[in-house]
Design a protein. Structure first.
Length: 338
């Protein structure tokens, strides 16, 4: 398991890439996967619960506990029909076998225990590890292309030097994983001798030591750092995401709920007016995505919902549709002829 932000048990991972997802599905018989959103308080609580579950089952072989920020991996989220967060998906042998929708810790814990029992996963022996420390360090330094051994986690660095390195790596858009040396004294002391480098943080690329904070700063100043490190795929900005959403179909309605189950009277009336035109239209449920819900208000300078877009341009809300319907201009407007 790649040491991605290991602040709790070693059998947990924060998903970083589609390749890592494929490897996890291949390497582990059972995955307990939490699809979450960083802005959601219930999701943060469920991430803490996942860490506790991982600690409870850390001696069970072939099970991993994975955190997936749903918005960053839409294909994986769609594949597993994740329409709201928090959602837990249980994957056995590479296939989803169960799920829990919502923040229900007891239910997640119960299903995790049951699946471990029926999958006949065995406990790892509490005896001394079979691999040597040197072998373990070699695996850790090559777990991903770029690994930072630091104090704390990227979100909560536990020393100023670690914080500075994280800021530099994020600034240049590097793709990296981290290992918290504060939770593993064997690694903390052993890596100093292994690398012949007495301090932390330590940055490795393809298993080779780059150095600590001073070296990293020098490489950044000379422009060499960006050429040495793998770069993360550029994260789509909110504005780019909104542009993509309003252009995903000729007519797009941002509403509360769905056409089959509207969650407010305005949304219900809007869908009925559009259905009466016999034109095809796409919808987006703003109740499922707070970032889009708030962001689109500013983007469109339109404070209420529903909002109707035609070919990427805002037409308006329910009142505008009614006015267009009464004037006989609705159909031509929805067809983009005005």
């Amino acid at each position: 398991l790649a040491p991605c932000e290991r602040t709790m048990a070693a059998n947990t991972a924060e998903l970083r890439s589609a390749e890592q997802w494929k490897k996890l599905c291949t390497d582990y018989e059972l995955l307990v996967v939490h699809f979450y959103a960083a802005w959601s308080q219930p999701c943060r609580q469920m991430n803490e619960a996942l860490d506790e579950l991982a600690k409870e089952h850390q001696r069970v072989q072939q099970v991993a506990f994975v955190k997936v920020e749903a918005e960053n991996f839409p294909e994986i989220s769609i594949e597993h029909k994740v329409v709201a967060v928090p959602t837990f998906i249980f994957i056995k042998g590479g296939k989803a076998v169960d799920r829990v929708d919502g923040a229900h810790v007891p239910e997640v814990a119960k299903k995790t225990t049951k699946l471990i029992e029926v999958t006949s996963l065995t406990l790892s022996p509490p005896s001394a590890p079979t691999e040597s420390l040197e072998e373990r360090l070699k695996k850790l330094t090559t777990a991903t292309e770029c690994v930072l051994f630091m104090k704390g986690a990227p979100q909560e660095p536990r020393c100023g030097f670690s914080r500075q390195v994280i800021e530099i790596l994020n600034e240049i858009g590097a793709e990296y994983s981290t290992f918290d040396i504060l939770v593993d004294q064997e690694v903390r002391q052993g890596l100093k001798k292994f690398s012949n480098w007495p301090t932390y943080p330590q940055l490795y690329v393809k298993g080779e030591l780059i150095g600590g904070i001073d070296i990293i700063k020098e490489l950044r100043e000379t422009g060499e750092l960006s050429t040495l490190l793998p770069m993360a795929a550029k994260k789509e900005s909110l504005e780019e995401r909104l542009k993509s959403l309003i252009n995903k179909a000729p007519i797009v309605v941002f509403m509360k709920g769905s056409p089959e189950e509207p969650r407010c009277g305005f949304s219900r009336s809007t869908c009925q007016i559009l259905k009466d035109t016999n034109l095809q239209f796409s919808t987006f449920d703003i109740l499922q995505d707070e970032e889009v819900r708030q962001g689109l208000k500013s983007y469109s300078s339109w404070p209420t919902y529903p909002q109707v877009y035609v070919k990427g341009e805002l037409v308006g809300g329910l009142d505008i549709l009614k006015e267009l319907q009464e004037s006989g201009e609705l159909l031509s407007t929805l067809q983009g002829n005005t």
